[in-house]
Design a protein around this ligand. Structure first.
Ligand code: PMV
Length: 342
């Protein structure tokens, strides 16, 4: 028997980094998807289209996942995840072993499985490639083993996998990939706030273009840590600015105030630049878009990756992006969340 599932990537309209500190974020699922096909197998076998392939004994994978879970707890006490990140980097198969073993622990499984992963979400671009995978794997494994699982449970497991990759993620990325659509996400105790924004924003989000500015030198975890290491007062001031922009963005989207949407994207970008997660290349592109009265901002952790651009005249926006020697593409914003594929 074989089961296929898929989950979308995501793009932050606004609120990345600040979301780690409890500020809400507006996040859209995108139509680039990660597909996982699960089959029964006597060991743990992974085949992927991004060069991570292995076959290992079940007990090795489970015990490695246990070690990684224990290490995450230790690092969390110190609020420093460099040791965890270096373990994950020793072998390129390590993140996947930790993920599959942890999913099996959550689902109380000790049988083998073969997973084929085919992702159309570029890695390290701020588009939630790891989150889409963290969401797809528990759903595929549960489905293959006839375990009924809710989206809430999938999201909870996905969050624990994201912690290995990013230390203390907000949970926004995996929530967008799990539930899909356009969401309002706020990290909160005892439960995160996750709301679909269909009521306020029932129309299709158009006039957004994505531009890839290159592979970031640092991972999401490292960039989040870099922001955490900043002076607290300085950081809090930037987070407050972003928070104000997020609430205003919700209002501007609701009222379709195009100029305001552009301005708020630029405000977010300015604050992200001051937090040190932009690059000269991103700033150059953003400035060009700003010069035609559009909006542009980095997406996700930054340091490269995707820039989201917006202008009410899409052709003018395409022309300016091209004149700056970048390529752009469009994708549906608000795609369906995790689902079974036939
Ligand atoms: O670059 P990505 O897709 O991993 O997005 C990270 C978003 C952050 O806000 C920077 C981190 C988080 O956990 O929300």
């Amino acid at each position: 028997m074989s089961i296929s599932v898929s989950a979308p990537g995501k793009v932050h309209l606004i609120g990345e980094h600040a979301v780690v500190y409890g500020v809400p974020a507006i996040i859209a699922a995108i139509e680039n998807r990660c597909r996982v096909t699960a089959e029964e197998h006597d060991k743990i076998k992974i085949e992927s289209d991004f060069g991570v392939n292995f076959e290992d004994d079940i007990k090795n994978v489970l015990s490695f996942a246990d070690e990684v879970n224990a290490l995450w707890k230790e690092c969390n006490k110190k609020k420093n995840f460099s040791e965890l990140f270096s373990v994950m980097r020793i072998e390129k198969t390590n993140p996947m072993k930790a993920a599959v073993g942890t999913v099996m622990r959550h689902l109380n499984l000790a049988n083998g499985i073969s997973l084929k992963i085919d992702s159309k979400i570029p890695a390290g671009a701020g588009l939630g490639s790891s989150s889409a995978m963290s969401v797809s794997i528990p759903f595929a494994v549960a489905e293959l083993n006839n375990i009924e699982i809710t989206k809430e449970e999938i999201n909870k497991i996905a969050f624990s996998l994201e912690q290995f990759n990013h230390g203390t993620p907000s949970g926004g990325d995996n929530s967008a990939c799990c539930y899909g659509g356009l969401i309002w996400f706020q990290k909160s105790q005892p439960k995160n706030i996750i709301r679909y924004m269909k009521k306020e924003i029932p129309y299709e989000l158009e006039n957004f273009l994505m531009v890839y500015t290159g592979k970031p030198k640092k991972t999401t975890g490292e960039l989040v840590q870099q922001v955490r290491n900043l002076n607290e007062d300085f950081r809090n001031e930037k987070m407050e600015n972003i928070k104000k922009a997020v609430y205003e963005m919700r209002d501007a989207l609701e009222k379709k105030q195009k100029e305001k949407i552009s301005d708020l994207m630029n405000t977010a970008q300015n604050n992200l630049t001051e937090l040190g997660v932009s690059t000269p290349k991103i700033n150059r592109l953003c400035e060009a878009v700003r010069n035609i009265s559009g909006g542009a901002k980095l997406c996700g952790a930054g340091g490269g990756g995707i820039v989201l651009c917006y202008h009410e005249d899409k052709q003018l926006l395409k022309d300016i992006i091209k004149s700056e020697k970048f390529e752009c593409w469009e994708t549906e914003l608000g795609a369906e969340g995790v689902r079974e594929e036939k």
